[in-house]
Design a binder for this molecule. Structure first.
Ligand code: SF4
Length: 133
């Protein structure tokens, strides 16, 4: 549950604890913040049934962009924002060039159009047309 799930992989736990309620408000709307969701699914082995259940919950989550943004910025462990940690690492390397300096919530939103569920870049054209603007 994003509401109660503490990101175990936070770079610095004190950073997480410093986040204000307003910045963290998206967590209250999280699809995984429901009684019937078992949070262990989000930390299950890659490709297991439980991991697939977690990814499916993320898929229709209304706050997945906020979740992905935070998971990338603060290096959460487990499934967040609809991506496994392995997929997020690929995104950071292949899509963001290991540079989070200009990474924003808007960038996180674009990732869903440009990267597949395994973290591989699938749309060159979107990026190319953006460069021309
Ligand atoms: S995207 Fe997934 S992990 Fe993130 S808040 Fe939504 S359901 Fe939870």
């Amino acid at each position: 549950m994003a509401g109660t799930r503490k990101p175990t992989g936070y770079k610095k736990l004190e950073d997480f604890n410093m986040i204000s309620a307003s910045e963290n408000g998206w967590r209250l709307k999280a699809s995984c913040n429901k009684k019937e969701v078992d949070t262990s699914w989000f930390f299950s082995p890659h490709k297991s049934l439980e991991a697939r259940k977690a990814l499916s919950i993320c898929h229709s989550c209304p706050v997945k962009s906020d979740c992905l943004y935070n998971a990338i910025m603060y290096q959460y462990h487990g499934i967040w924002g609809g991506f496994t940690q392995e997929a997020r690492n690929k995104i950071i390397t292949l899509y963001l060039g290991n540079n989070l300096t200009n990474f924003t919530l808007e960038s996180a939103k674009r990732i869903y159009d440009e990267v597949d569920s395994t973290g591989i870049k699938v749309s060159i054209s979107i990026n190319s047309s953006r460069k021309k603007q």
